[in-house]
Design a protein around this ligand. Structure first.
Ligand code: AMP
Ligand code: ZN
Length: 465
């Protein structure tokens, strides 16, 4: 079996990845904050985690994945207050919308989607553990993490103390803390409407501690992979490490893998800059989910990706080429005596490229070289029946990662409507004994990969398999 390599932010090198308990990989991805619809920048990160998951599966690993839902923080609380809603009534529709977007983008379901508000007991237990170890301290109604109590602080982000200082300066006027660099674990006495009882009085968790508590609950104190967008490296992931390792004394995750940003005109796509599109916006503009998926997937995760409409059109035409090829391969019937097999296949090269730190461009170029070669043999009518069967299988393997061949549901509905309209037209032609017209329609349906079965009960259709 070949090896699987990933770039580990912890060591800043590409390293051979092996799970602690092969073949099962335990991975955690930081999920969305559900105060609004996620934008396609967010989805770049989630599509990346899907690519990682599917590449691990293609390699032969099994995957146990957890993605948290941040359903309590300043933004969700502010949003709920502005609308005069209970927190869960405010976040509920955004959580539903998130799952619907994941489904349409064909992002495989994680095994667990824990919500912060449903894990308050675990969060409190973790903060208590840190208190007992002298790494957390109470100040006023809140509890803070004492960065000076954890010697490895800054190891992931490699910020020297002046950098960390600069990062923390925004909060410098928070005089409850011993040190400006310390961060909050439990926010006491705030927002009475959104608060839980705790050993420190009523309050709510800080954001960073949610992920530490939930990742360890579902994946254990040490797991294999932790991923998210590159902006989370500091402070979020640095703080997750400090919290978990400060409490357990064990490494939290062995690999930290970060996806670069989606940009618009050279700037990070973000809500605060106002330069964002939601997935829904793009769908309304007529773009298909699979073109959006392909666009987000098609650039290496460690390179920034500039979003443009032209790039989205190019993605749609690449998906179209793959689908046309698939249809053509399904319906082509190799003539008797056709003996040739393609000079190159794609599944192995595709898999090996992904095993090399998810090198998607190489994977796609192996696939498109193959498409060209097989198309050539179909044109020449020399592709053998065995090669056709193997080509379909190779394509299926590549699509177990890409997942763009199956038409989008909406497109599929359009297809079915089109087929049914043609069948009705053919029936009318037959009733008026215009058999030439009826035959033409049958031929037209044949080119769409549809076969008809006439019987006294009527006409049935099916796709060529
Ligand atoms: P949030 O909902 O703000 O907690 O973010 C959810 C995920 O989206 C995090 O992993 C972020 O790093 C990621 N993210 C936010 N903006 C972008 C962007 N422009 N490109 C790629 N990932 C992003
Ligand atoms: Zn997180």
């Amino acid at each position: 079996m070949s090896d699987f390599y990933l770039f580990n932010t912890l060591t800043r090198t590409k390293e051979k990845f092996e799970p602690l308990e092969p073949p099962r990989v335990r991975m955690y991805c930081c999920g969305p904050t559900v105060y609004d619809y996620a934008h396609i920048g967010n989805y770049r990160t989630f599509v990346f985690s899907d690519l990682l998951r599917r590449s691990l599966l293609l390699h032969g690993f099994k995957v146990l994945e957890v993605m948290n839902i941040t359903d309590v923080d300043d933004r969700t609380i502010d949003g709920a207050a502005k609308k005069g809603l209970e927190l869960s009534a405010y976040t509920g529709p955004y959580i539903e919308a998130f799952f619907e977007d994941l489904r349409q983008l064909r992002i495989r379901q994680a095994e667990h989607y824990p919500r912060a508000t449903e894990h308050i007991a675990e969060i409190i237990a973790l903060v208590r553990r840190l208190e007992e170890r002298g790494i957390a301290y109470r100040s006023g109604d809140s509890v803070y993490y004492r960065i000076g109590g954890f010697k490895n602080y800054g190891r992931l982000s490699r910020l020297d103390s002046s950098g960390i200082q600069a990062g923390a300066r925004v909060e410098a006027d928070n005089y409850d803390k011993e040190n400006v660099r310390d961060f909050v674990l439990w926010k006491g006495g705030r927002d009475e409407s959104v608060a839980w009882d705790s050993p420190w009085g009523r309050g709510r968790p800080g954001w960073h501690v949610e992920c530490s508590a939930m990742s360890m609950k579902y994946l254990g104190e040490t797991f294999d992979l932790h991923c998210g967008g590159v902006d989370l490296t500091f402070p979020h992931h640095e703080n997750e490490i400090a919290q978990s390792e400060g409490a357990t004394g064990k490494p939290l995750a062995r690999f930290w893998v970060h996806a670069e940003h989606l940009l618009v005109d050279g700037q990070k796509m973000s809500k605060s800059l106002g330069n964002f599109y939601t997935f829904r916006d793009l769908k309304q503009q007529g773009h298909s989910a699979s073109a959006i998926r392909y666009l987000l997937l098609g650039t290496h995760y460690r390179s920034q990706l500039n979003f443009t409409t032209e790039a989205l059109h190019a993605a749609a035409s690449a998906v179209g080429r793959l689908r046309d090829f698939h249809e053509r391969l399904k319906i082509c019937s190799p003539p008797p005596g056709a003996r040739e097999e393609p000079a190159l296949w794609c599944a192995q090269a595709f898999r090996e490229a992904l095993e090399d730190d998810l090198s998607i461009s190489q994977a796609l170029s192996a696939l498109f070289d193959f498409v060209r070669e097989v198309n050539r043999l179909i044109d020449l009518r020399t592709l053998s029946a065995e090669s056709r069967a193997r080509a379909l299988e190779e394509l299926r393997l590549c699509d177990s990662v890409l997942d763009v061949l199956e038409p989008d549901r909406e497109e599929d509905e359009e297809f079915v409507r089109g087929v049914e309209a043609l069948i009705e037209e053919r029936n009318q032609a037959r009733r008026s004994r215009d058999f030439g017209r009826a035959d033409n329609i049958r031929a037209e349906l044949d080119t769409r990969g549809v076969v008809l079965e006439d019987s006294p009960q009527g006409t049935r259709w099916k796709r060529k398999g």
